[in-house]
Every structure is written in structure tokens, then in C-alpha cells.
Design a protein around this ligand. Structure first.
Ligand SMILES: Nc1nc2c(ncn2[C@@H]2O[C@H](COP(=O)(O)OP(=O)(O)OP(=O)(O)O)[C@@H](O)[C@H]2O)c(=O)[nH]1
Ligand SMILES: [Mg+2]
Length: 398
């Protein structure tokens, strides 16, 4: 089963948690004991109705104060794909958590209360979506029940959101919803009889369609290397296929050492796999002239592809520690996928009003980057405090 990650974001109280709770209920993901728990929590929290936001807002303070403080993850299983829904807090003081979900998601749902329409925070969130390269998003114009499911009111908000998204070159699908009363999440209802477009679930299923990346350049990240003792320079590699194809008989190049390796066999969970496989974890037996040349953190890429190991990197960084930072050169642990390195991070000029800054960093050991763009995951870095592990920022290498 493939995992696809969706972040649900929006302004405070626009109905994100309720919408997720209702979606879980309508897709049958909420079992009867979980519904009972939500009913009990609703009573304890003094609600006069079954508050479905409590499916995700389970912390004591979240129940008491009726707000999301920390991200919680829920799952919906569809044939072949498990959709992970990250319920993000709307309060800007918890934005660090939202930023980490945004940096780690492939799908974005923006929930917008039809009564408040587009605010400064909506524009901020859209700019953040852009920064995290989420260029195709779903917008739920929510709480439609409060305007009597009025088509004209929906159209007004929908065209405003489309206009600012277009300005940012973000494609957006805008749909009317009511999380509380459950309209247009999974099925059609009479109250929104005028709506001929998609439901939220239709949109999610389209967004999670598995892209065929087998025609792209091959990028295989080495996570673990096992043995090689019994057959000369043959090694068993457990790795992460980011894009491209793996065919027995093909040669890949270890860009860290410039050694060439031949793929002997490809398996996933112990079973032989065809060469067109979904990206993700894979085991590969490789052979090369020299034994023991592969290490965790190496990247095997298609031969002749331009990709260079670099110690000096630069890019744009979302500073999550704004206001607390006293110096502009910060020792950090830089993380990318399963790699991490100690580095000196130098923060340069501001890029915009969004706490985005240019940065330069010097790594102790070189990392391989593709020339000119390449997969988002290869360029995304997270900087953490080396002593506490607290995230200091997230960014992308140029
Ligand atoms: N009428 C109506 N009320 C809604 C709807 N969705 C949520 N609400 C109410 O709006 C309030 C906020 O709902 P939540 O789901 O907690 O909103 P949220 O966006 O998750 O809030 P934060 O996580 O704190 O930002 C609650 O009182 C909900 O009952 C809706 O579709 N219609
Ligand atoms: Mg919430």
C-alpha cells in the first residue's frame, strides 16, 4: 500500500478538524468505539452536539479550549493508497508545526470559512504553499450551511480565491463543503443540489493518483548496505527510489565516489519486482569492481546524468526561529531525507515578508544534488538545533 500525505490547513476556526472528523465518519474510518469516545469527549467538553473535531483534537487543552494545538494524523484507505491527513493548527503561534507538515506533504487542502472569506492569513498560507512547491491545491469553501448553501455566495468567494491563486501560479480546485452537516465530502446531498462538481473525496483521489516516474532520471538513495562477503564485490543495498526505473543489467553511478555499479536484482519486501515500480523503499543487489564502496547517504544515479557532490550549498530557508536568533551564522544539523550532517548555516538577506531568507551552508561531507532542479525531496532540507533537535527552519537548495 502506497502512502500519500495531505496537509489540511486554514485560518483559526474555519472548520479543519470538524471536516476531517466528518470525512472519517463518512468514509467508515471511524469505528463505533471511536464515535462513542467523541461523544463522551463532547459531553466532557460541554458541547451540546457530537463535536467531530474531537476525532483529531484529543489533547486535554484541545478539548477544553476547542482548538488544535498539535498536528494529528488520520488515515483513509482507498484501493492501493493510504491517504494520510495531517490536521494542522490554525493559530499562527503553532505555525512551526504547520510548516513541517507542509514541507512533508504532497497534497494540500485549504479550508476557508465562507463567512470570513479571504484574509491576510489566507494569502500567507497560499504563499507558504507556493514556497513548499505545492502548486496544485484543493480549497474547501466551508460552513456552507451558515449561508443556506447559497450558490452565489460560494461563487463570490471561489472567484476571489481563484484570482489570488492564479497570481501565485497555483492551480486550485474550489469546492463548497460543510464539515458540520457533512455536505459534499464523500457523496452528493440535496442541500447542494446546484453543485455539479466534485466532492472532497473525488478531489483527494485525483490528487493522489500515482505518477509514473519511471521515465525520469533514476535516483536511488542508499539507506543500508549489507555484506558482499560471499560473492566478491556484490552488495545488497536497501534504498529509497525517488524516481526513475531499476532494471537488472543496468548500470548506475555512485556520484559520491564516481564508481559504477551494475544492478543484479531488484526486490521489494523480498519479492522480485518489475522494473516499473512505484517510488519508495526497495532492495537491490549490485555488483561493482570494488567491494565496500557503497555507504549510507550515497546516491546511485543514471550514468552520464549531471549531478555533483557539493559541500557548499545555498538556497531559500523559512526561518522558524525568527525573533530569537541573535547570530546569523548558526551551527545546525542539516537533514535531507535519511541523511544528516553538521553544518554552519549562514543566513543572508531576507527574500520576502514571510521570514524567508537566503542561506549558505558548508557541509563537512559532500552531498549529491542534481544539476538544474531535480526532485523536491532531494532539494528539501530541515535545519535542527544540534543539541536539542528543535527544528530551526526548512528550506530548499537551489
Ligand atoms: N456551522 C458550521 N460550523 C462549523 C462547521 N465546521 C466547523 N464548525 C464550527 O466551527 C468551530 C471551529 O471548528 P474546528 O473544526 O475546531 O475548526 P479548526 O479550523 O480545526 O480550528 P483550529 O484548529 O483551532 O484552527 C466549531 O465551533 C465547529 O463546531 C461547519 O461546516 N458549519
Ligand atoms: Mg482544528
Amino acid at each position: 500500500m502506497v502512502l500519500r500525505k495531505a496537509a489540511i490547513i486554514g485560518n483559526v476556526d474555519n472548520g479543519k478538524s470538524t471536516l476531517i472528523g466528518q470525512l472519517l465518519r463518512q468514509t467508515g474510518e471511524l469505528k463505533s468505539d471511536q464515535i462513542h469516545k467523541v461523544e463522551r469527549l463532547s459531553q466532557l467538553g460541554g458541547r451540546s452536539f457530537t463535536d467531530l473535531s474531537l476525532c483529531t483534537d484529543g489533547l486535554e487543552t484541545e478539548v477544553k479550549e476547542a482548538k488544535t494545538i498539535d498536528i494529528s494524523f488520520k488515515f483513509i484507505d482507498t484501493p492501493g493508497v493510504r491517504i494520510q491527513l495531517a490536521d494542522c493548527p490554525g493559530h499562527l503561534e503553532y505555525f512551526t508545526k504547520t510548516a513541517s507538515a507542509l514541507s512533508n506533504s504532497e497534497v494540500l487542502v485549504l479550508v476557508l470559512d465562507i463567512n470570513s472569506g479571504i484574509t491576510a492569513q489566507t494569502s500567507f498560507l497560499l504563499k507558504m504553499a507556493k514556497f513548499f512547491e505545492l502548486n496544485s491545491i484543493i480549497v474547501c469553501v466551508n460552513k456552507m450551511d451558515t449561508v443556506g448553501f447559497c450558490a452565489a455566495t460560494f461563487e463570490k468567494v471561489a472567484s476571489a480565491i481563484k484570482e489570488i491563486s492564479e497570481g501565485l501560479e497555483i492551480k486550485c480546485k474550489v469546492i463548497p463543503t460543510s464539515g458540520k452537516t457533512g455536505e459534499n465530502l464523500v457523496g452528493r446531498t440535496e442541500k447542494l443540489v446546484w453543485w455539479k462538481g466534485e466532492t472532497l473525496m473525488d478531489c483527494l483521489e485525483k490528487q493522489i493518483e500515482i505518477e509514473d516516474k519511471s521515465e525520469e532520471d533514476t535516483w536511488l538513495g542508499v539507506q543500508n548496505v549489507f555484506g558482499g562477503s560471499f560473492s566478491g564485490a556484490s552488495e545488497q543495498v536497501q534504498g529509497f527510489l525517488l524516481s526513475g526505473a531499476l532494471r537488472p543489467g543496468d548500470f548506475l553511478q555512485n556520484r559520491q565516489t564516481d564508481c559504477s555499479v551494475e544492478i543484479k536484482s531488484v526486490t521489494r519486501w523480498g519479492k522480485n519486482v518489475p522494473f516499473r515500480i512505484e517510488t519508495g523503499l526497495v532492495e537491490v543487489r549490485v555488483e561493482s569492481k570494488k567491494a565496500g564502496q557503497l555507504r549510507r547517504g550515497d546516491w546511485l544515479v543514471a550514468e552520464k546524468k549531471k549531478a555533483d557532490p557539493r559541500c557548499k550549498i545555498k538556497g531559500v530557508f523559512l526561518d522558524l526561529d525568527v525573533g530569537n536568533r541573535s547570530q546569523l551564522t548558526v551551527p545546525v544539523r542539516l537533514c535531507r531525507l535519511f541523511q544528516s550532517e553538521m553544518a554552519e548555516l549562514r543566513l543572508l538577506e531576507s527574500e520576502s515578508d514571510l521570514s524567508l531568507r537566503r542561506f549558505e551552508a558548508t557541509l563537512r561531507h559532500p552531498w549529491v544534488f542534481p544539476d538544474g532542479g531535480g526532485p523536491r525531496e532531494l532539494r528539501r532540507i530541515v535545519a535542527t538545533d544540534p543539541k536539542t533537535g528543535t527544528p530551526l527552519g526548512v528550506g530548499f537548495v537551489d
